[in-house]
Ligand binder design. Structure first.
Ligand code: XMP
Length: 553
């Protein structure tokens, strides 16, 4: 099977020196715009119909990894929304319900009437069995975990080029006891006589989960469905995404003006680069230096965008305003609130000076969009409020442009690299909107900021030198409000205590403290006590989340 080279997977080497990034960015910025190079191709889409499975989003990701565009939509969404994507096929997700129960979620009739291919996974298989005239029965025992799928004698494109028997991952209670008319068995396991079935119209049901890593041939099965059954060619790539987005943004904006808040993070950087590619100088970026950034962060961001990507940037040093508001404040949530509010004020002040502005570009990503569809559980307690720069100004009446709205983070990174955004920015570890203010325990002052910046710079440098930066979710220094006694030369000292925090994580919901090598910790500690004045002790934080959080405040 053909696989596209310019995939949405990013495989780059370890961090390069900054000068190298800037070179790459320069070269890329000088290239002919991709939007003009890539011929318009029709986007192939396959829609995942969500019946409430925890894996629905994962199915979408796997489909996109096969270079076919995919969105996950709830089973009861209006048909027009589904039809607007011009799907080539559907995948029905798993789900917690039982089709045997009254009121169980089912697929809209329009899907069957479209005569497009369908792949039903687990509950999705039971849904199509039930709706197409077969019979599903409450399972007497649950099948959970590994199983071996044996292909039946009937050949089907869904298992093309795959071994006759293969491990799969099961998680179901109900079972198909009678297939709908016109279906044949395509595979069975020890506990499921009908573990895979299909008809000649490209409707397939599989009882196992191809989207999880425990089904090693799962992606091949999805590819077979997409390429051999839906007839997709796999033309969705960063280049085609950029071309399509550029055309859409140009149409949406016309001759209007757009503003975008740059934070130095990957989402706002890629948003700005993409919008700039589409409309050039009609975009103005606003970079607010709140004085709570890390060493060289403001200069590097400005350099990248102004000099290398040639964007219009308003660069505001609002350090005084922020520090003034934070004066005397020690409570973490208050720090967050003040920094968030002040950001919006500064942003609005600057935007107002621009005269008429029509649009605000924001780096919203697909997981945020999906999360906002599913109402948050009111039972979940608030641990910390998160204020991101780029939060929507409240008083402005601007239309939104959210070009990354349907992308996952790794796809955003690849689009960014294709647009020439430097690797340093693309692979930057997450940094909180309130910045160093929540890494200084107690009151934030200029002196403490200087101290923390110097310590944090050492941590980052040493972690990068050890080639661990990209493996860690975050690594940084915290300035505690503890002072302790030390001895330097023949003198007693009474200095600050710096804590080092380094964690691994998938999504920041949970995190584990990183097992950094002792000699690396020793180097970091030595350098900090020697190079940062007033610090005489360094500790390493060995707590995981939960029960701790990643940040100290
Ligand atoms: P915690 O400390 O809650 O952090 O485990 C989880 C992730 O969120 C980041 N974080 C923030 N990001 N504004 C942000 O934009 C905030 O107020 C904020 N607080 C925490 C934190 O760095 C970690 O990646």
């Amino acid at each position: 099977m053909e696989q596209k080279e310019d995939s949405f997977r990013v495989t780059t080497s370890d961090d390069l020196e900054v000068s190298t990034y800037l070179e790459i960015a320069k070269q890329k910025a000088g290239e002919q715009p991709i939007a003009e190079k890539v011929p318009e191709v029709e986007r192939e889409a396959v829609v995942v119909i969500d019946f409430g499975s925890q894996y629905s989003m994962l199915i979408t990701r796997r489909v996109r990894e096969c270079h076919v565009y995919s969105e996950v939509l709830p089973y009861d969404i209006p048909w027009q929304r589904i039809a607007s994507l011009k799907p080539r096929g559907f995948i029905f997700s798993g789900g917690p319900a039982s089709v045997c129960d009254p009121g169980a979620p089912l697929a809209p009739a329009h899907i069957y009437e479209s005569h497009l291919p369908i792949l039903g996974i687990c509950y999705g298989m039971q849904v199509l069995t039930h709706q197409l005239g077969g019979r599903v029965a409450l399972g007497t025992r649950h099948e959970y975990g590994h199983a071996i799928l044996h292909q039946s004698a009937v050949e089907s494109p869904i298992f093309a080029d795959l071994p006759p028997s293969m491990p799969v991952w099961m998680s179901h209670g109900d079972q198909i006891v009678e297939m709908p008319p016109g279906f044949t068995t395509l595979g069975y396991t020890e506990n499921s006589p009908i573990a895979a079935m299909g008809n000649e119209h490209g409707i397939i049901g599989i009882q196992f989960h191809p989207e999880v890593a425990h089904t090693p041939h799962g992606k091949d099965i999805l590819k077979n469905f997409l390429y051999h059954i839906c007839g997709c060619s796999g033309n969705w790539t960063p280049g085609s995404f950029i071309a399509e987005s550029v055309a859409r943004i140009r149409k949406q904006v016309g001759k209007g003006r757009v503003i975008c808040a740059l934070s130095g993070g990957v989402d706002s950087a890629v948003t700005a680069a993409l919008v700039h590619r589409a409309i050039g100088d009609q975009l103005t970026c606003i970079f607010v230096n709140n004085g709570l950034l890390r060493q060289e962060e403001a200069e590097r961001t400005i350099n990248t965008f102004q000099r290398n990507l040639k964007m219009n940037i308003i660069d505001i040093d609002a350090t005084d305003r922020f520090l003034q508001r934070l004066k005397g404040v020690t409570e973490p949530e208050m720090k967050r609130r003040l920094v968030g509010e002040e950001f919006i004020r500064v942003f609005e002040d600057e935007a107002a000076k621009l005269g008429r502005v029509d649009f605000l570009a924001q780096g919203t990503l697909y997981p945020d969009v999906i999360e906002s569809v599913t109402p948050e559980s009111s039972a979940s307690a608030k641990i910390k409020t998160h204020h991101n720069v780029g939060g929507l100004p409240t008083k402005m009446t601007l239309s939104l442009i959210e070009p990354l709205r349907y992308l996952f983070k790794d796809e955003v990174r690849e689009v960014g690299l294709t647009l020439g955004v430097p690797e340093e920015m693309i692979w930057r570890q997450p940094f909180p909107g309130p910045g160093l203010s929540i890494r200084i325990i107690g009151e934030v002052t200029r002196e403490k900021l200087e101290l923390l910046r110097a310590a944090d710079w050492i941590v980052m440098n040493e972690i990068k030198k050890a080639k661990l930066y990209r493996q860690l979710w975050q690594s940084f220094a915290v300035l505690t409000d503890t002072r302790s006694v030390g001895v330097m030369g023949d003198f007693r000292t009474y200095g600050y205590l710096i804590a080092i925090r380094a964690v691994t994580s998938e999504d920041a919901m949970t995190a584990d403290w990183a097992r950094l090598p002792y000699d690396l910790l020793a180097r970091i500690s030595n350098r900090i006590v020697n190079e940062v004045p007033e610090v005489n002790r360094v500790v390493y934080d060995v707590s995981s989340k939960p029960p701790s959080t990643i940040e100290w405040e």
